[in-house]
Write a protein that binds this ligand. Sequence first.
Ligand code: FEO
Ligand code: CA
Ligand code: CA
Ligand code: CA
Length: 602
Amino acid sequence: HGNTPNWGGTLNFDAIAPVPKTVDDVTVPEGYEWTPIIRWGDPLFADSSEFDLEHQTRASQEGQFGYNSDYLNVISDGGNDRTGYLVNNHEYTNENIMFSPEYIASNPEDVVDAGIAAHGLSVVDLERDGKGQPWRYVRGGRRNRRITGFTPFSVDGPAAGSDLLKTVEDPTGKLVLGTLNNCAGGTTPWGTVLSGEENFDQYFVGTAGNAEQERLGISPGVTQRGWERYHDRFNLNNAGYENEANRFGWIVEIDPEDPTSTPVKHTALGRFKHEAGTVHIAKSGHAVVYSGDDQRNDYVYKFVSAKKYRKGDKKNNMQLLSQGTLYVARFDGNSPASEIDGKATVPSDGAFDGTGEWIALVDGNESLVPGFTVEEVLVNTRLAADTMGATKMDRPEDVETNPVTGKVYIALTNNSQRAAGAIDEANPVPGNRDGHVIELIEDGNDHTSETFTWNILLLAGDPATSTTAYFSGFPADQVSPISCPDNLAFDSEGTLWISTDGQPGTLQYGDALHKVTLEGPERGRVQQFLAVPRDAETCGPVIHDRDNSVFVAVQHPGENGKWGAPTSYFPDFVPGGPLRGDKVAAPRPTVVQVWGGKPGNG
Ligand code: FEO
Ligand code: CA
Ligand code: CA
Ligand code: CA
């Protein structure tokens, strides 16, 4: 760094034009190249089965990279440009493009178990020839691991061992099989990975008339995947399994350095549809975890650890998320309601902004919610937060702290149910199609603070057609169209990068990765860096600007197709792109690296 910050980041590129949603390719800026690192089904271990699309089973899948890649990090080993590893979540499965109708009919139990095993996470060793060169994955790498819907997890925190978590298979309430619907996540300063269990409701057959289940969307009736046909625990009406769904919806922590370690579900961070969990160490040394609950009209949460981070003391640090204070956010606007008119014209004070409060729900082992025990707050966190005046948000996705400025960014992806009569200054767009991004500044830049200020960085949309798009005053005719912000990342200069999930439905453009300048005269400038193939969502993203590299997880390519009639052949049949051997007639979720760039980078 020189004395003058490079608020635009160090990755040099000219924004690409938005890409029509029918394009089945990865589109990158001029001067950049892209290649896959690892695809669904690639073998991870020496003895893994080769990918065989027609005969996938639990055993084959447990040895292979999982499906539908979401959270991603790519980490080079300290001081070494040639070795490293990646961690990637596998959010969900789409059996109708993973398996042929004949195989589903003749091998239904194999399909169920392969599906459970295709969920979870992968840890994969990487190698390359040197800085600036593309990575390759290492089959048989020492860290390689699959965590699946079958992997044993321990449970810690104030609700561990609670009656609310006990089942006939686990009378301790402290041992859960599997993690499901892992969406975004974060790498901790102590080297572990946090992952959010998001839309876990879809795996369970619910019980009629159960308010706790209804608040999470768990409903009676067979599930789409039908796992309950072979595994009793997925039907909450089965005796002894009434609490099985209470064992999902947590932040989980995984130590990628130790493939034999038992991953942990942290009850202290509450149970809801965790998009992610991202850690920032406060000036005081406490670990602060931000997390969004991705549902229309749900909340933003924060956890502050009781103990303090100690650099280099992994044993201490791996206990930080076991005990602390759990908060939910209330956002108060500072402009008169009459100026929040639903047209998204900026209020007369110049911004959609205001103050806010973190409302404590739990402090250590004590409930601060009247009528709820600490275990009830942590297991039924939405119901507890409902009683405390939290602000209903437009689907909170990733929440990340800028490592350079300490400001916190909240992606709100959209909210079709935001009624015109229920807008507020923090959620000012009726029927919010395109979503927005809030910038939150903790008072005193102290991340343990119970009060904050906030403002809206951008209201997404295509300025050519939107009447509400707003980019902190940056000229709207000079930005890339953007819709449905989901994952957030920062480059080495603290420039924000936003990946999208849903642009094909709102802008008719493929989902994208954008750079957004946050500070200086170009604040609010959005520049599109890439687009993903047909029907895919952009996940990850990881920005190694000083290595001229960007990594994304291409999730659910070809999602709207079906077996034998795919809408995407990514990545093996990309028209005009690299052909990579073992051709398959199905799209494969894939981790992609983009590298190169214009002269003068880095
Ligand atoms: Fe899995 Fe909220 O995106
Ligand atoms: Ca205001
Ligand atoms: Ca997401
Ligand atoms: Ca999403």
